[in-house]
Design a protein around this ligand. Structure first.
Ligand SMILES: [Fe+2]
Length: 260
């Protein structure tokens, strides 16, 4: 993939930084190892796990921070829309999945502008485009395989976090959406499915003339578009501090801008 090469420098920088971080923390690691060796019978696995986790989080945090600086300096290239589409279509062939990806892409772009993140609109849109990257090929490993694929292709950590955290509460992933972009993605993913299904029931088969009350009615009808998690939609609205009507109204407006 072309963007893999684009990010080759980023990978080398990351690797160097991990090595430097290890060297910097050499004493801490050495102490930990000595402690483990001399007290291995007394130290329970949980303590060892905590140590490892703490160190891992430290290195991960440094990598994310460093890549952010490098990205702002222009040392790391952003994933372009063309590159994201190439990756998406490598793992997705079903028209339904591609349509959903494009819908969420457009909706995320609208929300970026709406919420004052206009400068990052392209980035929000790519997060939307790629969020279900693994679902078609690895439905059982949804949001888990995505991380592996995105990391393999050198994608931005923020894209990885957004894609992984959109499965919070619905997959085994434990990353809760934190950034506003992640919360929006979480809130609109299932809702765009529900609104899209509601639109198909209308004579116009469109969201252009859709009202919030129609979506609310279908939201309460559990048997309708049962695959769209009402819990996730409600949780997403709560994360954003909006009531359900506000989230639905905004998402309908967003979908009107990208309806095919
Ligand atoms: Fe999705």
């Amino acid at each position: 993939m072309p963007f893999k090469d684009d990010n080759a420098a980023g990978h080398i920088i990351d690797l160097l930084y991990v090595v430097i971080s290890f060297a910097f923390n050499y004493k801490a690691v050495k102490c930990w190892r000595l402690l483990l060796r001399s007290h291995r019978i007394k130290i329970c696995n949980k303590s060892a796990d905590c140590c490892i986790l703490s160190l891992t989080n430290h290195y991960y945090g440094i990598i994310v921070m460093y890549r952010e600086i490098a990205r702002k300096r222009g040392d790391i290239m952003e994933t372009t829309r063309a590159q994201a589409w190439e990756l998406l279509t490598l793992y997705n062939k079903e028209p339904f999945h591609l349509k959903h990806a494009k819908t969420v892409e457009g909706v995320m772009r609208w929300f970026a502008d709406e919420l004052g993140y206009g400068e990052e609109a392209d980035f929000w849109a790519i997060a939307g485009l790629l969020h279900d990257l693994d679902f078609e090929m690895y439905p059982e490993l949804h949001c888990i395989k995505t991380e592996e694929i995105m990391r393999e292709h050198g994608l931005d950590e923020r894209l990885i976090r957004a894609a992984v955290s959109h499965g919070y509460g619905m997959t085994p992933v434990e990353h809760e959406p934190e950034h506003e972009m992640e919360k929006v993605l979480y809130a609109v993913d299932e809702l765009t499915g529900l609104i899209g299904a509601t639109a198909l029931m209308r004579p116009s088969k469109s969201v252009q003339d859709m009202e919030v009350k129609s979506v609310k009615k279908k939201f309460k009808t559990q048997g309708f578009a049962a695959g769209c998690s009402r819990d996730a939609i409600a949780r997403g609205a709560e994360m954003l501090g909006w009531d359900l009507s506000e989230l639905m109204e905004k998402t309908i407006l967003a979908m009107r801008t990208c309806e095919e």
